[in-house]
Design a protein around this ligand. Structure first.
Ligand SMILES: Nc1ncnc2c1ncn2[C@@H]1O[C@H](COP(=O)(O)OP(=O)(O)OP(=O)(O)O)[C@@H](O)[C@H]1O
Ligand SMILES: [Mg+2]
Length: 209
């Protein structure tokens, strides 16, 4: 049995992650590939509770938040992601480790080594095979979030924060070119979908046969 592939979507607020997660899943299914769609925080009952908790009452200390995300991730890996990959199903996660690195690391200043240690105990050795980073100018992200109606506590952050997030994701794309592909999320939805499919085909499908 060939192991499934693990794909993650990353990027700042309203960059199109959820839109493209859904579209990629449909394309893979059409290609006859079994796929599970999940998200972080979330993906499991514990994870969804953590998501709700964090969205409702934001923890005061960023370390609290980091550990809650890590706890949800451990559960996610053990009960959803690893079993799916083991049985040959592909997994697409809407946000994953890079969001933690950027939000809790870059934005809130938690030591990188600590975050990497948590990854070792939750994710290793099952790091994503491919990470699609959607890149959108910060002001566009804010506008999209606003036009969508409800602003989450993250959406409501200042433009400088959105810039910092964007920069954080760009740094990861540059630092890990083997795993990450930067996608121009400013293009129309269908063009982004095409770019995503090209990246998946080039990186994963050729070797999946
Ligand atoms: N390429 C695009 N061009 C224009 N609008 C887009 C594009 N992709 C998504 N949108 C719109 O932008 C909004 C945010 O998209 P989506 O929910 O997919 O982003 P997200 O990255 O998942 O957001 P969040 O960070 O809040 O989870 C939605 O209203 C969606 O329809
Ligand atoms: Mg989303």
């Amino acid at each position: 049995m060939k192991r499934g592939k693990f794909i993650t979507f990353e990027g700042g607020e309203a960059t199109g992650k959820s839109t493209q997660t859904k579209r990629l899943a449909e394309r893979l299914q059409q290609a006859g590939i079994p796929v599970v769609v999940t998200r972080e925080p979330g993906g499991t009952p514990v994870g969804e509770d953590v998501r709700e908790l964090i969205m409702k009452d934001r923890p005061t200390d960023p370390v609290t938040e980091l550990l809650l995300f890590a706890a949800a991730r451990a559960e996610h890996m053990t009960s959803i992601i690893r079993p799916a990959l083991d049985e040959g199903t592909w997994v697409i996660s809407d946000r994953f480790i890079d969001s933690t690195r950027v939000y809790q690391g870059k934005l809130y200043g938690i030591e990188r080594t600590f975050i990497e240690q948590l990854e070792r105990f939750t994710v290793a050795p099952d790091y994503p095979d491919l990470t699609l980073i959607l890149d959108v100018p910060a002001n566009e992200g804010v506008e999209r979030a606003q036009s969508r109606g409800t602003l989450s506590r993250y959406d409501a952050q200042r433009i400088e924060t959105h810039e910092a997030l964007r920069e954080g994701f760009l740094e990861i794309a540059t630092a890990e070119p083997q795993r990450c592909v930067l996608i121009d999320g400013y293009l129309p939805v269908a063009s982004v979908e095409t770019a995503v499919w090209q990246a998946v085909s080039a990186h994963l499908l050729a070797e999946a046969d």
